[in-house]
Every structure is written in C-alpha cells, then in structure tokens.
Design a protein around this ligand. Sequence first.
Ligand SMILES: [Zn+2]
Length: 68
Amino acid sequence: MATVKRFSIFCSKCNQKFPVFAALHHSINVDAWVKEKASNHDCKAFAEQLVKERAARPINPIKASKKS
Ligand SMILES: [Zn+2]
C-alpha cells in the first residue's frame, strides 16, 4: 500500500519550491515524476496563492483556526 508523502519540488521557471502531496507507486520513476511536476507547474496560480497567503492575517487567530 502506498503512503502519501510530501514532495518539495523546485520549479526552475518561477524559482520557487512548491509542495506536492502524492502517493507514488513503488514502480514509478520518482525523478521523472518530479521533472514532470516541475514542468507542469502553474507558476501564475502559485504566485497568486503566495500573495494570498501573505495577505491573510487573521485579526483573531483563535476564531480563524476554528474554521478547519
Ligand atoms: Zn513555477
């Protein structure tokens, strides 16, 4: 059974590392998979996401953490 692992993939297009959660079958070529993920990186969406995360400053952290 495959377990979900967190991969940190570097994108050379936007020079950012981004996390990918995946359960890879043991027969998969991880290097090729990582390369494919990096080449398919949605740099624009990732940049927007980073901006959002930086902008997200909850006034009441206790209230904000209850959401999840
Ligand atoms: Zn990118």
